[in-house]
Design a protein around this ligand. Structure first.
Ligand SMILES: Cc1ncc(COP(=O)(O)O)c(C=O)c1O
Length: 443
């Protein structure tokens, strides 16, 4: 059954958008680079559903790249926003709203001695690195291939996938900048390593540990789909950083407030020195955060030798009110149990569909976040596995079919499926029916 009847209006908007926006969008991940034939223009959302410019209805599993933890237009957030707006959205002055948001944040994230709010995840990771460099007096840092930490210059090395022949060796990965316009010398301070391989990590840390300010890692690799850490990997990383006086920055922009109240650091029992947040924290409003002990974050205190962090919109009042209300909702009884149960049902159901349709595909991840890989492998453990063994084109074709069957998702295989508190068993049923149809059409 084809549920999407027409995309005529989306096409018209996209054509019109070419006149005033680069590629007709505000980020390449939303345009023709990902959506063949152009994007679907979304106009309205409620709960787990969105409607496009032509009136087609979809169950949304992209949820603003995971930002919409409470789905669309949650009634409590709608009333908080309208009440706050009526009193003034932002003063760029001290407010009780930012205190209330920070107190709730600290209650949920055990490593947060204090918190500093930013406007995006990119700003948070930028600030975390500056703090780590100031705190250790070292300039270099280690990042992993295939990890994305926002669009700040030094992070833009090997964040995208490349043909497997271009990866170099695990000990000496090829260094491939993701953007023009970055002076090559920026990357002189970056040590690049493959992720999820303890032996290679130990050897690279032996060579470089003494000169690193920080190692930054995603706890679950979320920008090559959904790649879980091997047992003990994060723990060993924690030990190696501690032994070398290197700060561990856990980038929880995707995973924070998603897997557990305290994010993956709670789920995997890791205590980072600094952690960064975004996405789910703001329930659809632009926000980021850096959390950690006072001994590090206090370096931002005003005075000689301070770490500078300014921002007109930091602690934006309207956003802070949403953050506090969102964290209250997430702290409710059973929230995470429900997110995990619904997500696990989707994962199990999709696996059944692929098995019964004899499609070579795996579903990786669990609970609130997962990804589908068309591959002959049993599991994808790293960037190199992803580049060599994942058929991203087939995934894109699959998702384009789902879009025709009332399921909204990005066709980019590097992203991931998101379960919000608004998703129901009925939504999963709809997904499984659409997936079954799509598999049948692709056979
Ligand atoms: C792990 C990770 N860190 C940082 C960022 C940057 O966050 P933002 O897009 O809010 O700047 C992202 C964005 O996708 C991310 O996935």
């Amino acid at each position: 059954m084809q549920t999407t009847t027409s995309r005529k209006r989306s096409r018209e908007w996209f054509e019109r958008a070419q006149g005033s926006l680069v590629e007709g969008v505000n980020s390449p991940s939303r345009g023709e680079a990902v959506y063949s034939g152009g994007p679907t223009f979304l106009e309205r959302g409620r709960g787990s559903r969105v409607w496009d410019a032509d009136g087609n209805e979809y169950v949304d599993f992209m949820m603003s790249f995971g930002a919409l933890m409470q789905g669309h237009a949650h009634p409590k957030l709608v009333s908080v926003v309208s009440e706050t707006m009526a009193q003034g959205s932002h003063f760029a002055a001290a407010t009780s709203a930012e205190v209330e948001a920070a107190e709730r944040f600290r209650r949920m994230v055990p490593s947060a001695g204090v918190v500093r709010f930013t406007n995006t995840g990119s700003e948070a990771t930028m600030l975390a690195l500056r703090l780590a460099r100031a705190h250790t007096g070292r300039a270099k840092f280690l990042k992993f291939e295939g990890h994305y930490h926002g669009w700040y210059d030094p992070y833009l090395l090997n964040a995208h996938s490349h043909p497997p022949g271009e990866s170099g060796t695990p000990e000496e990965p090829a260094r491939i900048p993701d953007s023009e316009g970055i002076p090559p010398a920026t990357f002189d301070d970056v040590v690049l390593a493959p992720w999820n391989d303890v032996a290679v990590l130990e050897s690279i840390m032996q060579r470089h540990g003494h000169e690193l300010a920080a190692v930054i890692t995603e706890p679950i690799m979320a920008n090559m789909g959904c790649i879980l850490p091997r047992d003990g990997y994060l723990q060993r990383l924690r030990e190696l950083t501690q032994e070398n006086g290197v700060l561990l920055i856990l980038d929880e922009v995707v995973t924070g407030f998603r897997y557990a109240p305290g994010g993956c650091q709670e789920y995997y029992g890791i205590r980072p020195d600094l952690s960064t947040f975004g996405k789910a924290l703001g329930a659809g409003f632009p926000v980021g955060a850096v959390a950690g002990p006072r001994a590090i974050l206090d370096r931002m205190r005003w005075g000689a030798n301070m770490v500078l962090h300014y921002g007109t919109f930091n602690g934006h009042r309207l956003t802070m009110k949403v953050v506090a209300a969102n964290l209250d909702l997430l702290s409710g009884d059973g929230t995470y149990r429900q997110l995990h149960a619904i997500g696990d049902a989707a994962v199990a159901g999709l696996r059944d569909v692929f098995r019964s349709r004899k499609v070579e595909a795996i579903v990786q991840g669990f609970g609130p976040m997962f990804q589908i890989y068309f591959t002959q492998r049993d599991a994808i453990h790293s960037y190199r596995d992803y580049c060599a063994h994942v058929d991203a084109l087939r995934y894109s074709q699959f998702v384009h079919r789902l879009l025709d069957h009332g399921i909204y998702m990005t066709p980019a295989n590097g992203l991931h499926w998101i379960i919000s508190t608004a998703h129901t068993e009925g939504d999963i049923q709809k997904l499984l029916e659409a997936a079954d149809q799509a598999c049948g059409e692709m056979a």
